[in-house]
Design a protein around this ligand. Structure first.
Ligand code: PTT
Ligand code: SF4
Length: 611
C-alpha cells in the first residue's frame, strides 16, 4: 500500500500487550482514513450499551492517507470513542506532531483498549513501543505535562495528553497537543482518563510511503506556497477564526447571555481586531503556512491561544467583554484540558438557571473571577463543579422545571458559538451534526445569510447542509487535512483529490469521496441508533427556546423573529430525503445496501426495525 502504511497498533492497557497488526487495501479504499476508520472500528468492536468510561470502550487515534506528508495543512489527526458526554459516537480533529511522527513510525492508527492499573503513558519510537509510568505527570496541567515530556524526549516528538479534567473524567474534557491545539469535544479526554492514560508520545524516523514521491513533493510544496500566497492576499491569518466575531454580532447571530441575546454593544471589545493588536505569538499545526492560533497575554501573564469559538463561548455568551479575562478563562480550559465550548455553555446554562430561579447559587453573567473559580472546581470535580462537569443536558435533566428548553445542546453536545434563533439552515446543521451540536460539519451560516433569504426553509438549505457535510466528512476528516484553506482561502477541492491520488497511486474522483462520505455518515447514524433504539426525529431538533416567541429579540435586525417549528420539521424532512433515511431519521435498509453496508444493516436490525 502507498499513502497508507497498512499497519496499526492494538494496545491493551489492562494486560500491557502491544500487537502490531496489518490491514488490507480493500478496507482502506472503502473507509479512506480518519473518521472513516474510526467509525468502522468502533461499530465492529464495541458492544452497544457499554459504559463509555469503562475499560470496554476503545480510543481510536487515526491518521489519513495524506496525514503528515508535505502538502497543505496535513498535520492533523482524528481521535474517537463512544462519547461519555452524549452516549453516541464522539470524535474530534487535532492539529498535532503526532500526525507526522506516527506516520513516520509506520502506523496509520492506534486502537487503545482496556484500562491500566496505574497512571501510564504510551511511548512509540518506530517499531519500539513501551508502556511507562506517568506517575510524575499525573495531576499536572497540560502545559507542565508537555514541558515534562519535551525535557525527556526533546521538542520534536508528537504528544497527545490530558489535563486534570480528563483525569477526573469531566464529561467534556478534551485531548491536548502542542501549545494550543485541542480536540475531541465529546469527552475524549475523559476516555483517556478513564483508562489511566496520561499521554501518547510518538517519534518516527521512517520515510512515508507514497506512490509518486517526486511528483508528490512537487505538488505538495507548490500547494504550501499557494496557500501562503492566498493567505497574504486575503489577510486571513491577521485575525484567523476570530475575524467572524464582528460579523456574527452585526447579523445578530452572536451567542450572548446563554444565547438569549444575539448581539451586544460591547462585542467590539473582544473582536478579532482587538485580539490581533494584543498578539504576542502565533501558533499553528504542522505543515501549515496560514497559522491561525493567535496568542495574547492573560490577566495572570500566561500566553493564551484564542479562537472564535473560545471567545464566543467564554466571552460574549457569559457577558464577559474583557479580552484579558476571556484569555484567562481560555488558558485555564487549555491547562486543565476542558473543552472551551462546552465549558462556556455549561457555565452560561448554570448562570441562566440561577437567574431564572430554577436553582440557587451565586454565579452571575459577567462575573469573570467566579467563572475562573468554577472552571477549577469543574476540572477537579469539587463542590458545584462536580454538577457542572456533567454538561448542560444532564444538568437540565436534574434541575427540571423546564430548564431543558434553554440547555443549549443537541444530543448532549453543547452548541458552538452561532446563535441560530433566527438562522434555520445553521440550526439544521447543528441539529444533524453527527456528534451533537458542532459547527464543523456544515458551516452554512455565511452562505445562508449572504446567498439565500434568511427566513427561507427551502430545500436549498437542506441541500447545502448535506453538500457541506459530505465534503467535510468524506474529504477533510478522512484524508486528513485542515479544511480552512478551502473554507477561508478558497483553495480548490481538486487539489486534495490530486494529493490523494499521487500519494496512493489510485485514481479517485470527487464523486468517489462523496460516496465514502455517505457511507460514513449513515454508519455514524446507525451507531447512534444502535445505542438509542427508541430513536426519533426529536433528537435532531435544536433546543425549544429557539422556537419560543417570548425569546425573540425585542430590538435589532431580527426583532420579533424566531425559528418556526413546523417549518423546521419540513426542513428536516428534506434533509432525511436527501440522505435517504426514513421519517425517524434512521437509514433505510435499501440505502445501507446501496452504500455497501449490508452486514451493518443486518446487525442494526437486531436493535430496530428498518424500513
Ligand atoms: C474543535 C473545537 C473548536 S473548533 C474550537 S475553536 W474553531 C475550540 N478550541 C479549543 C481550544 O483551543 N482549547 C480548548 N481547551 N478547547 C477547545 N475546544 C474547541 O474545539 C482547530 C481548528 C479550528 S479552531 C477549526 S474551527 C477547524 N476545525 C477543523 C476540523 O474540525 N476538521 C478539520 N479537518 N480541520 C479543521 N480545521 C480547523 O481547526 P474538535 P485544533 Mg480541535 C485552544 O477538535 O474536537 O473538532 O473541536 O483542533 O487542532 O485545535 O484546530 O473556531
Ligand atoms: Fe492548524 Fe489553523 Fe493551520 Fe488549520 S489553519 S492547519 S487549524 S494552524
Amino acid at each position: 500500500m502507498k499513502g497508507w502504511t497498512g499497519n496499526f497498533l492494538r494496545i491493551n492497557l489492562t494486560n500491557q500487550e502491544v500487537k502490531k497488526e496489518k490491514y488490507g487495501q480493500e478496507f482502506a479504499k472503502k473507509w479512506i482514513g480518519g473518521r472513516g476508520y474510526a467509525i468502522k472500528i468502533l461499530w465492529d468492536e464495541l458492544e452497544p450499551g457499554i459504559n463509555p468510561l469503562g475499560p470496554e470502550n476503545k480510543l481510536v487515534v487515526a491518521l489519513g492517507p495524506i496525514s503528515g506528508i508535505t502538502a497543505p495543512n496535513t498535520g492533523k489527526l482524528q481521535v474517537a470513542a463512544k462519547s461519555p458526554l452524549t452516549g453516541g459516537f464522539g470524535d474530534g480533529n487535532i492539529g498535532s506532531k503526532v500526525a507526522v511522527q506516527l506516520k513516520k513510525a509506520g502506523y496509520d492508527f492506534l486502537i487503545i483498549e482496556g484500562k491500566a492499573d496505574k497512571p501510564t503513558y504510551i511511548y512509540i519510537n518506530d517499531d519500539y513501543v513501551e508502556l511507562l509510568s506517568a506517575k510524575e505527570t499525573w495531576g499536572k496541567g497540560t502545559f507542565d505535562t508537555l514541558e515534562w515530556f519535551y525535557n525527556k524526549y526533546g521538542r520534536n516528538v508528537g504528544i497527545l495528553t490530558i489535563g486534570q479534567a480528563g483525569e477526573n473524567k469531566v464529561l467534556y474534557s478534551v485531548i491536548r497537543s502542542m501549545e494550543g491545539r485541542a480536540g475531541g469535544r465529546p469527552g475524549m479526554g475523559a476516555v483517556m482518563g478513564s483508562k489511566n492514560l496520561k499521554a501518547i508520545v510518538v517519534k518516527g524516523t521512517k520515510d512515508i510511503p507514497v506512490a509518486e514521491p517526486e511528483e508528490m513533493k512537487k505538488i505538495g510544496i507548490n500547494g504550501l506556497k499557494k496557500v501562503k500566497k492566498l493567505d497574504k492576499e486575503t489577510g486571513w491569518s491577521k485575525q484567523g477564526t476570530t475575524g467572524i466575531l464582528a460579523w456574527c454580532n452585526e447579523v445578530a447571530a452572536l451567542p450572548v447571555r446563554n444565547m438569549r441575546k444575539t448581539s451586544s454593544k460591547e462585542a467590539w471589545k473582544i473582536d478579532g481586531e482587538r485580539l490581533n493588536k494584543k498578539r504576542v505569538a502565533t501558533y499553528g499545526c504542522p505543515n501549515c503556512t496560514m497559522p491561525c492560533g493567535i496568542a495574547i497575554l492573560d490577566r495572570e501573564g500566561h500566553q493564551a491561544e484564542m479562537d472564535y469559538e473560545n471567545i464566543g463561548m467564554l466571552g460574549s455568551n457569559l457577558e464577559i467583554f474583557d479580552l484579558d479575562q476571556v484569555a484567562s478563562l481560555n488558558y485555564i480550559c487549555d491547562d486543565y484540558g476542558l473543552d472551551t465550548i462546552s465549558a462556556g455553555a455549561s457555565l452560561s446554562f448554570y448562570a441562566d438557571a440561577i437567574d431564572q430561579g430554577a436553582i440557587k447559587g451565586d454565579f452571575k453573567f459577567g462575573d469573570a473571577e467566579k467563572a475562573k473559580e468554577l472552571l477549577r472546581k469543574i476540572a477537579h470535580r469539587k463542590g458545584e463543579g462536580d454538577f457542572i462537569a456533567q454538561g448542560s443536558k444532564k444538568m437540565a435533566e436534574k434541575i427540571g422545571q423546564g430548564s431543558e428548553a434553554y440547555a443549549m445542546q443537541v444530543k448532549g453536545l453543547e452548541m458552538s458559538a452561532y446563535n441560530c434563533k433566527f438562522v434555520p439552515g445553521m440550526a439544521l446543521a447543528f441539529g444533524t451534526s453527527s456528534i451533537g451540536a458542532h459547527h464543523k460539519e456544515a458551516w452554512i451560516i455565511y452562505y445562508e445569510l449572504n446567498k439565500t433569504a434568511r427566513d427561507s426553509y427551502g430545500k436549498e438549505k437542506a441541500e447545502e447542509v448535506v453538500r457541506l457535510q459530505k465534503i467535510r466528512m468524506g474529504l477533510f476528516e478522512c484524508l486528513i487535512a485542515c479544511r480552512l484553506p478551502w473554507v477561508e482561502l478558497g483553495l480548490n477541492l481538486d487539489y486534495y483529490v490530486e494529493y490523494f491520488n499521487k500519494a496512493t497511486g489510485l485514481s479517485y474522483t470527487m464523486q468517489d469521496f462523496l460516496e465514502v462520505s455517505d457511507r460514513i455518515y449513515s454508519l455514524v447514524r446507525a451507531f447512534w441508533v444502535r445505542e438509542f433504539p427508541d430513536w426519533s426525529r426529536e433528537r435532531d431538533f435544536p433546543p425549544k427556546i429557539w422556537f419560543d416567541p417570548s425569546n425573540a429579540d425585542e430590538e435589532g435586525i431580527i426583532a420579533g423573529k424566531i425559528l418556526e417549528y413546523d417549518k423546521y420539521e419540513q426542513l428536516l424532512t428534506y434533509y432525511y430525503e436527501l440522505r435517504r433515511w426514513d421519517e425517524r431519521g434512521i437509514p433505510k435498509k435499501q440505502t445501507l445496501k446501496e452504500l455497501k453496508l449490508e452486514e451493518e444493516a443486518d446487525k442494526l436490525e437486531k436493535y430496530v426495525s428498518l424500513k
